[in-house]
Design a binder for this molecule. Structure first.
Ligand code: ZN
Length: 144
């Protein structure tokens, strides 16, 4: 599998952009609100992989609880897969427990699923299916 992105929990995407878009000079890519997940996200291109900043919407979602318990910092590591259904079955065969029994739609409409960090050495791992229509969902890559 290939590293797709690293997710970082922040209280404010605007404040964190000073580091990632400013000092580190990563190019801003997609931004999206995922009200169902109670987060807004902003991606930055970092060579072959990306940084995903995750900011909570309101104080009652899983990310808000993560921030309250652990503060800002690394939230998950995402690996790209070509067939997420097969990758989940293989994870179970390896003894890893999916948080999501079925893949669901994440940012950009890509199918994602998380593995429980209890079995993955404390790191929340996201599987994300490669997208074939990236151009269509990447209308304004330089905004923000
Ligand atoms: Zn992610």
């Amino acid at each position: 599998m290939k590293l797709d992105h690293i997710g970082i929990a922040v209280r404010s995407i605007e404040a964190a952009s000073r580091l990632y878009g400013g000092y580190l000079r990563l190019a801003a890519a997609e931004r999206e609100e995922l009200p169902g997940e109670r987060v807004r996200v902003a991606f930055f291109d970092a060579g072959g992989a990306r940084i995903e900043l995750l900011e909570p919407i309101g104080g009652d979602g899983p990310l808000a609880r993560f921030l309250a318990a652990r503060g800002e910092g690394m939230h998950h590591v995402a690996f790209g897969v070509t067939d997420i259904g097969a990758a989940l079955k293989e994870a179970v065969a390896f003894g890893y427990r999916p948080v999501d029994p079925q893949p669901r739609k994440g940012s950009g409409g890509r199918l994602i699923a998380f593995l429980s960090p209890k079995e993955t050495l404390g790191v929340l791992i996201e599987l994300i299916q490669s997208e074939r229509d990236r151009e269509a969902s990447d209308r304004d890559p330089k905004s923000g």
